[in-house]
Every structure is written in structure tokens, then in C-alpha cells.
Design a protein around this ligand. Sequence first.
Ligand code: NAD
Ligand code: LMR
Length: 331
Amino acid sequence: MKEINVLVTGAAGQIGYALLTRLASGETFGKDTKVNLNLVEVPQVASKLEGSRMELEDCGFNALGEIKSFSDINEASGDIDWALLVGSIPRGITINGKKIEERADLLKINGGIFTEQGKALGENAKQNAKILVVGNPANTNALIGCTHGNNSTQTWMAMTALDSNRAKAQVANKCNVAISDIKKMTIWGNHSPTMYPDLDNAEINNESVSTLINDKSWIEKDFLQIVQQRGKAIIDARGASSATSAANAAIDTVKATLSETAEDDWFSAAVMSDGSYNVPEGIIFGFPLRTNASGEISIVQNLPISEYAQDKINLTTQELLDEKKDVSDLL
Ligand code: NAD
Ligand code: LMR
């Protein structure tokens, strides 16, 4: 049996709880791959993590290998193939009398976590390790981690698959089609209310979704607002941020990197900008991505961008440049 070493931070949190069984069940990496889990948490919740570990054991998954628990990221990061960095504070909670309203308000609180984690993964994880940042503000946390990782053969991503899934769900309802009929969904930019879900380049049966819907007002007002604000709507409804759907999107992202992307599709995640689409280098930006047969990830090039879309892309770019400036002391 093949083996894969997977690190999960924030493993005792709500996303962690939804994530672990799906990593261990054989669903994600295949039934022929044994999944060793390095679970990382702050020492205060060691007992809760032990409960999760016991439950995983009790699931009796054939694909589950060794489970180890850590509070030290340096010890946890040795030989890691895949790291899912979830551990961080969610918004919606009150800290020092101030309610955390926007993901960017978490910058100063969570950003610091990623300096040490980045360094540890850069030094100890495998050279071809893939790292997905889920903890918010995900793009800028990934930038901090990637900078401190300083390892050009590892791949850092921030999660926008949840936004892509949300966008597909809205389109499926509107067009009365199955989710699997919707291809090539792109989330440009930041995982924040400035993200831009692109229906011009998304397709149903090889036709542009925006052409098919042919309702500018729905696309530019209702759809955009729903997708950009879905995280807040869930917090307002649940009193806690999305967990099942976030874990599901993390699994979708991992799976998207494990095999070659279908000819007629791509996937969404934020990666280090290489200047594609005139997005400045040095920010972690949501792009349309493809995985090739060797497992390398690249940005889909030469998509048409309307003037309206370019304005939206400029807005989310500026927000990421501002966030970068705000954490310059951590870079
Ligand atoms: P949670 O509070 O339930 O769990 C977070 C866990 O992280 C806690 O158990 C905490 O002890 C742990 N933690 C904190 N600091 C840590 C550290 N330095 N090392 C290891 N673990 C640490 O929160 P949650 O609902 O699971 O959300 C986690 C993060 O994911 C939040 O920042 C949230 O905003 C974000 N999120 C992102 C997306 C996305 O689409 N990118 C979606 C949903 C949630
Ligand atoms: C989400 O989009 O659900 C997460 O980023 C949580 C949040 O703060 O919105």
C-alpha cells in the first residue's frame, strides 16, 4: 500500500472535526493509500484532540495509518506530503470587547501563526509538499507562510474552492442543471467580499454561463452579493462559521491536485501570482488552475476579461496589496 503523510492544524476545531474522517476514509487519496495523520493543536485542547483521535480509530478505516498528535509544528512537519493549515481564529467571535466582523480583522491575530508554520514546513516537509491554507484571512496567511517557508519546490495555496462551490450551487439553482454540468468556475482574487466569481468564463455544455443566464442584474447584483457574503450569512444563521462545507472544499482542493484536470474544466484556488493577468507578483491570488499529469499546477492563461470583470479584479488585487502592507512586519 502507498503511504501519504498529512498534517492538519486546528485539528480539534469544527472544520478539523469534519475534515479528518474524509482524509482517513480512503475517499480523498484512494483506498490503496494509507493516510498517516499528524494532528496539530494548541495544548489547551489536547484532550479534545485525543477524543477526535479515538473516534477516528473507532471508524475502522482500512486506509487510516498512524495518527500522531502535536502541539509543536516543528515536530509535526517532518516528511509531510500534504499540509492543511486550518488552525486559527474564525470571525464572528468577540475579542477584547471587539466583535471580529471581517476576515481581514483577523490579520493581526492569525498572521503570526503562519510565520512559524511556514518556516517549519519549508525546512521539514517534503520538497514537493502541497500546503493549503484554510485559516482566515487565507490569502495573506498563505503569503506569510510561503514567505517564511522559502522553499521554491513546495506549493502554497489558499482556499477559494468553497467560494467556487457556492457559486456553482447558485448557478445550478438558477439554470436548473446539475452541479457537475457547471465547468470552469473561477474565483479571482481574495477569499473576502471582494472576490470575483467569473460567470463569463464558466461553462455549461461549452456555453458561457453568463450568456446562458442572460440576466445582467441577477449576475451583477444577486449572484455576486450572495457568493461574496455567503460566509457572513452562514455565521449569522449558525452562530459559527462554515465547517462542513469548508472541510468539503478543502477535500475538493486536495483531490483537484491528485490527478490531471479534465480537458473541459479547471479548479479554483489562490496561488502565488507570477504576473498572469497583470496581477502583481508577490500576492496569493485566486486564479483558474489546472493540474498536469506530473502533478504540477499551473494558471490557465489567455481567458477573456471584460472591462467589468477587470474592475472587479483590480479591486480585489488592491485589497490584497493593502493586506500585504498591513502585515509587512510579518513578511
Ligand atoms: P475553530 O475555532 O472551530 O477551530 C480552530 C482550531 O484551531 C481550534 O481548535 C484552535 O485551538 C486551533 N488553533 C488555534 N491556533 C492554533 C495554532 N497555532 N496551531 C494549531 N492549532 C491552532 O475554527 P474553525 O471553524 O475550524 O475555522 C478555522 C479557520 O478557518 C478560521 O480562521 C475560519 O475563519 C477559517 N475558514 C476559512 C474558510 C475558507 O474558505 N478559506 C472557510 C471556513 C472557515
Ligand atoms: C467562509 O467563507 O465561510 C469562511 O471564510 C468563514 C468566514 O469568516 O466567512
